[in-house]
Each structure stands twice: as C-alpha cells, then as structure tokens.
Write a new protein. Structure first.
Length: 576
C-alpha cells in the first residue's frame, strides 16, 4: 500500500490494522476518485484517517415497527463520530408482517430476511466499512442483520429498534394480536362491527415492534443473550431516552471492538447460541426463534440442530408471564428492569454460560455483575420455584408426519396431547374461511399444507387462522398443523415447520380429510394414524406440483431455500 505526502510523492506505508477495510478506498494517489466521491457525502480530509462504520438502518414508513429508525440511525452515527470514527448511514428494506398477514404478500416475509442479509453484506462489502451497527425493528430485520454480520465477520453491534407501548381498549391492554382475535370474535358474534373498529383504531398507538413476546421481542432478546447487542437493548421502549443512549453507546462500542480485534465469530459461538435458546425458553418466545437461530448459526458456521432446542428446553423453565399465552406485554418487563435480571438468574442457576464474550468486550457474567434483582412485587417474571411451565414451551416433534422435525408451541394451557381427525386445506386462505364459516368443529385437526419454504413459497405465518380459532372459542378444541410457520402472536395447539414439506413430497402432502392424527407433546410425536403400507402407497402415487412462481424474487427463493429444519437459508454451501 502506498500513500502520498503533502508534495504528492508516494511513500511506503502499511494500512492501519484498525482501518483494515476503509484504507483500501481512502489511501494513496490512486484512490483520489474514491475520496472525491466521499467528499461529496460529507467527508473531510480528517475523516479519511478514521474508521468508517456502516450504520445499517431498516427505516421505512411501511410499518410502525421501523418508522422511527431513521432517527435512531442518526444517534448511532453520532455515537461513532463522538468516539473518533466516521459513521455512514445506509438503508436496507423492511416489510410488514402485520399488514401482509393472511395475503399473498406474506410470502415475501421470510424471503425478506435473505434480501436484508444480502443487501447489508453487499453495501458493507462494497464500501469497505471497518465495522457495522445494524438497527432492526420488525421480525425479519433482526436475523437478517445478524446473518450479514456473520458473513462479513467485521466488528459489529446490533441495536433493537424497541418495543411499542400497548394500546388501551375498555381499560384493557390491546395489540396487533388483539385485532386478529377480534376478527374471530366478530365472526362468532361475540362483538359487533363497531367494537371491532374501536379495537382496530387503538391497538397500535405509535412506533415500535409488536408488544408481546412475539417474534420481534423474542429475537431481540435472543440476540442480546448471544452477546451481539448491548445490555438491555432488547428491553427498551422504541421512543425513549434509553433507546437513544443505546444507539450512541453502540456506535462507541464498535470502535472498541475494532481496537480490540473482536469480531462476530469471537462472540457467536455454540455456547452463545445455547444462551440465546435458554433465554427464549425462559421468556416463552416465538416459534420463529427456532427457524432464525438455526439460520444465523448456519451462516456463522456453528453447528446447531433441532435437538439442541429439545436438550436445552428440558432444563429451562418458562418464567415469563408474557403475551400471547400470558398476561403482560414487553413494556411491563421494561419497567421492572428488562431482560438483564432474568439473564443473571439463569447464569446463577447454571442455565446460561456466563463466560461468553459480548460486544461490550466483557463476558456476559461481567456485564451482569451489577444487575439488580426484579422488584419483589412484580408478577411478570416468576421465580424458579413457581414457573409458568417446568420445561421449555418450544417442543420439537417427530414421527411419520414429520420425519425431519416440526415445532410446536406448548404453553401447557392447551394441554399436552391432542387426538383428532384431519381437515385438509391447500392454503391459509381456504383454511381461514372454513374456520370463520363454522366448517371447523371440535375435534378437528386443521392441516394447512403447500405453505412451506419451497411450496408457498416463503413459508407464510398462520396468525390469521390461529387467531380466528382463538376468537371463535376453539383454542382447546381443535389443533392446527402446517408446513408453514406461525407468528410470535400465535397460540393454541399449533404445530408448524413440518419437514419435509408437502412440495417436496413430505408425508403431510398425502394426508386426507378424516385421517386420524395424534399430537403428543410428552412423547414429542406427530403421527398420522394410518398403516405403513397405506402411507407408502399414497407417497408412491404422489406427484410433485408445478411451482407457483417461475420468475422474480419468490422463484429465486424457492429454487435456493433449504428446509425449515435447516433454518430456511438460501446460501448454504452453494456450488456453482
């Protein structure tokens, strides 16, 4: 590498180890054109000697989850600049699960996780950033950001955009799931159109991610437990001074990581993923955590399987009384101290690894050293002596209906065993109509297939049908199984991520109306109760359907995506 002195002559020098990447576009006479471009976007001569930190903003006005993140990105850039670096803000996409739920557009939701990861990798790789701060709000932003960080392996900090405050309807807390369930209640005749409209109007009072322990809050908590965000980043209101400080602190933290040579691969170890799973179990988090943690681990080249969720779930109780199965929202957990006291409890109980490195440059145990316990009067987090459930709620099922695995969310309230007869639907929309019009009755197992990663394509969330089941008062009387997935707001007797999916000839493809199905969370089994010979006969006669999309993003996704049991990633050891 050569650089020029004041006379324009080239002098031999080596790029700073701290500017390993940015020096490639700022040093030497031959980089004059690069510097000219950077001058135009606000760089001074002094800035060329600083670490360039990319600030990946997921700001968008398509969803309240992300509508404030442009402001947060500026705070993060200010934190970088104040610490002696140069922050450079750039955007990636976001979509809204809540808006697209139950429509064809929802097929782009999981697909967007890959687009987000690809776009952050593309910008950071091209622009030679020395480090990253990524700020995510809605569900797929977070794993997408982490996957990009794992691919790039440059010093990085994730910042959660923060949780929304609850809406209030007739003195009760409401949120987006309340609206979906109100649709079912309206179909049942329990509420009229006027009340449905009232709930719709007040459920989302402002910026921030959905307020229960749904996928956004689940993944933010998992990432913090993994060590990739600062303490309590996952438990702050979206619009708050605490969140502004979190962004500025993240900007400073990246420069410390660069100085110390700490990269995501040093933090995102197998033990760190085990910590993430443990916290998700304790919080009663979303089934999507299984899919996303498998995907992030795959990208980080860390061996993680469905069996790890079973192993950890057998040891970690559900302690948080949070929605959708519980009574409280994330804002109430924020008020009593957030996730930090809970993680300290889990470390002290031997259920999390305290010696894992984090983005503070310290270990998890060191970060938690001064954490105060929860107030004695609080009811959001239970003690180990009185858990919500003695073992984890995310139950991995296998059997002749799911030889590659399936994920059930069993809080304990819906029971542990369900036996019923199949009602089969080839799409979410047709199943939803059957629930709302009364076709679905007590004792039915709703089978929604052809909604997997390849078959959908895109593995839609089934929040509309699961919410309709709850709204119709059938939560304990019917079950729902699918090769699609669920929203973090889904609850009831539901099983998703069935692998192999219908599109590739998995057994779910040959289930018929009236077939007996047994779901046993204790034995961890999902069984189609027909003979082996009958199942083999049906599978032999099965024919692969034509793809629903042959061009565009969804077609590309379907052609590359791995199974749900492998995280549904699209860059798994690709061979050209």
């Amino acid at each position: 590498m050569k650089k020029s002195n004041s006379s324009g002559k080239k002098t031999a020098s080596k790029p700073s180890l701290h500017r390993r990447y940015s020096s490639q576009v700022t040093e030497g006479v031959e980089r004059a054109a690069s510097r000219a471009m950077l001058h135009a976007v606000g760089f001074s001569d002094q800035d060329f000697r600083k670490n360039q930190i990319g600030i990946a903003s997921t700001w968008s006005m398509v969803t309240p989850c992300n509508m404030h993140i442009d402001v947060l990105a500026r705070h993060a850039a200010a934190g970088v600049d104040a610490a002696g670096g140069k922050g450079v803000i750039f955007n990636t996409i976001t979509i809204s699960d809540g808006i697209s739920m139950g429509t064809e557009g929802m097929k782009y939701s999981l697909t967007s996780r890959e687009v987000i990861a690809d776009s952050i990798e593309t910008v950071a790789g091209c622009e030679a950033f020395d480090g990253l701060v990524a700020i995510g709000g809605c569900d797929k932003n977070m794993p997408g950001c982490l996957m990009a960080m794992a691919r790039l392996n440059r010093p990085s900090v994730f910042v959660y955009g923060g949780t929304i405050l609850p809406g209030i309807h007739q003195g009760k807390k409401v949120d987006i799931v309340s609206v979906f369930e109100a649709v079912g209640a309206h179909a049942r005749g329990d509420i009229n159109g006027r009340e449905l409209k009232q709930i719709e109007a007040c459920a989302i009072p402002g910026p921030g991610s959905c307020g229960g322990m749904y996928t956004a809050n689940t993944m933010a908590s998992a990432i913090e437990a993994m060590g990739m965000s600062l303490p309590n980043s996952s438990a702050q209101a979206a619009v708050s001074k605490a969140k502004e400080r979190d962004c500025k602190d993240a900007g400073r933290a990246v420069l410390n990581l660069i100085k110390r040579g700490i990269r995501p691969s040093d933090i995102m170890t197998r033990e760190a993923f085990e910590n993430a799973i443990a916290l998700v179990m304790a919080l009663g988090g979303s089934t999507n955590a299984v899919l996303h943690l498998l995907a992030i681990a795959n990208t980080a080249k860390v061996k993680l399987t469905l069996d790890d969720f079973t192993r950890i779930g057998n040891k970690v109780p559900v302690l948080a009384d949070l929605k959708p199965s519980g009574n409280y929202v994330m804002a109430e957990l924020v008020r009593i101290g957030g996730t930090v006291p809970l993680m300290k409890m889990l470390v002290e109980e031997g259920l999390m690894h305290g010696d894992c490195l984090t983005v503070t440059g310290k270990t998890l145990k060191q970060n938690l050293k001064g954490a105060k316990p929860y107030p004695k009067s609080q009811k959001v987090i239970r003690p180990f002596s009185d858990p919500i459930k003695k073992t984890g709620h995310l139950v991995i099922l296998k059997g002749n209906l799911a030889p590659g695995g399936a994920v059930a969310k069993i809080s304990g309230k819906e029971g542990l065993v369900f036996n019923g007869t199949a009602k089969v639907y080839e799409s979410e929309e047709t199943a939803l109509q059957a629930i709302l019009d009364g076709t679905i009755q007590k004792g039915h197992v709703i089978v929604i297939r052809s909604e997997g990663p390849k078959g959908g394509p895109g593995m839609r969330e089934m929040l509309s049908p699961t919410s309709a089941v709850m709204g119709k008062g059938l939560g304990k009387d019917v079950a729902l199984i699918t090769d699609g997935r669920f929203s973090g707001g889904s609850h009831g007797f539901v099983v998703g991520h069935i692998t192999p999916e219908a599109y590739v000839g998995g057994p779910i493809a040959v289930v018929k109306d009236g077939d007996p199905i047994a779901i046993d969370a204790e034995k961890r089994q999902l069984q189609l109760k027909i003979s082996k010979s009958e199942l083999a006969k049906r599978l032999k006669a099965w024919k692969k359907p034509k793809p629903r999309y042959t061009r565009g993003v969804l077609a590309k996704y379907a052609s590359h995506v791995a199974s749900a049991s492998e995280g549904a990633v699209t860059d798994q050891d690709l061979e050209l």
